[in-house]
Design a protein around this ligand. Structure first.
Ligand code: PEP
Ligand code: MN
Length: 372
């Protein structure tokens, strides 16, 4: 698996594509044939390369195909199971393409190892269950198959990290992450909310873990897949896992989000890889000023919290309560009015000040000797 630290981001970019579910030998065969021949060059013109070097080929790292499908509701198509594994075995005899599928328990792992699958992924519903992840980790002991872990349905970074740790502790050497969005109540216009800050935080905490983005499961509809893919590329993710199908309209699962082959090809050829280090000097000037402003913001916050501490001591001496709802309402209304005058979104300011207020209350509670 890739190491996202030093290598050229272009050559190590992993593109995994294939159907949501393995539906028939013919469907897998058509997809494998398409992916084996797939050969588009992508624009790297923003890399500052000379014209002749400005387009580079992009390769397919693996074909995906779901064998066992964890469906939200019963009576949906739940995958062809062992029959699908047999088809995959035949594809592997005829094509050199690596193949990846989803495992949700120890038996799936055993069947996949028997069938010489090249990589595995753990789905979002399974990542959310530490017992299931531990069972999979135990079944993987002593193997060296790469395993990708999708984020859990809920935006819980700890649960995602915990799943990776369970595999690493079981001795799995090649562990990667897949960002597939989060199942929040309101994710409009997408099926799942991307909450990009979570994979960004994961990258900050574990720079050695490669992260793929699965824009298909974020999008829910194929028209959103290109913009989400480009956003993931711009965030320097290490690759993409995309659902494609020879005839998406008749797919047995996730029909509305699977691209057809032409759509996939045209999307990939429109990808742009920008050099994260080649920002123009004008942009650099802005960044310098932004750094200064951030320092000012931090100084102002530090000053505010110092006053909050002094007020906390005073409130304690005068036997007043920490939280004074009336005063908090006044502060919030005043800041939201000021926000409008300063051309700032009042909703944004409400969120910022709610956070500042929560920290102020925490500090004063500490002075009162309470933990909350
Ligand atoms: C899938 O990849 O088809 C799948 C079921 O994904 P997720 O676990 O992200 O819902
Ligand atoms: Mn799917």
């Amino acid at each position: 698996m890739i190491n996202n630290k030093e290598e050229n981001p272009i050559s190590e970019f992993s593109l995994i594509a294939g159907p949501c579910s393995a539906e028939s030998y013919e469907q897998l065969e058509q997809t494998a044939r398409f992916l084996t021949k797939f050969n588009v060059s992508i624009s790297t013109s923003d890399y500052g390369a000379s014209l002749s070097e400005s387009r580079r080929p992009i390769k397919i790292a693996a074909m995906r195909a779901g064998v066992w499908k964890p469906r939200t509701r019963p009576d949906s198509f739940e995958g062809h199971g062992l029959k699908a594994l047999e088809w995959i075995g035949r594809i592997k005899e005829n094509y050199t393409l690596p193949i990846i599928t989803e495992v949700a328990n120890a038996e799936h792992v055993e069947q996949c190892l028997k069938c010489h699958l090249d990589m595995l992924w753990i789905g979002a519903r399974t990542t959310g269950s530490p017992f299931a992840v531990q069972e999979i980790a135990n079944a993987l002991k002593g193997t060296n198959i790469p395993v990708w872990i999708k984020n859990p349905l809920s935006p819980d970074l700890g649960l995602w990290l915990g799943a990776m740790e369970r595999l690493q502790k079981a001795g799995v050497q090649k562990v990667g992450a897949i960002h597939r969005g989060f199942g929040l109540y309101n994710s409009v216009p997408y099926r799942n909310s991307p909450l990009w800050e979570l994979p960004i935080e994961l990258k900050r905490l574990c720079p050695e873990i490669p992260i793929l983005c699965d824009p298909s499961h974020i999008a829910g509809e194929c028209r959103y897949v290109p913009e989400l893919s480009q956003a993931a590329i711009d965030l320097e993710m290490n690759g993409l896992m995309i659902e494609i199908h020879p005839k998406p309209q008749i797919a047995l699962s996730d029909a509305s989000q699977q691209l057809d082959f032409d759509g996939f090809e045209s999307m990939v050829s429109d990808f742009i890889f920008r050099d994260p280090f080649s920002a123009s000097s004008r942009l650099e000037q802005y960044r310098t000023v932004l750094d200064e402003i951030d320092e000012e913001l931090l100084s102002v916050l530090s000053h505010r919290m110092e006053l909050i501490r002094q007020m906390g001591c005073l409130k304690k001496d005068e036997n007043l309560s920490v939280l004074q709802l009336q005063r908090w309402k006044q502060v919030l209304n005043r800041c939201m009015d000021l926000a409008k005058q300063k051309d700032l979104d009042p909703q944004f300011i409400k969120e910022v000040f709610s956070c500042v207020h929560a920290e102020s209350v925490r500090i004063q509670n500490e002075i009162f000797g309470k933990s909350k």
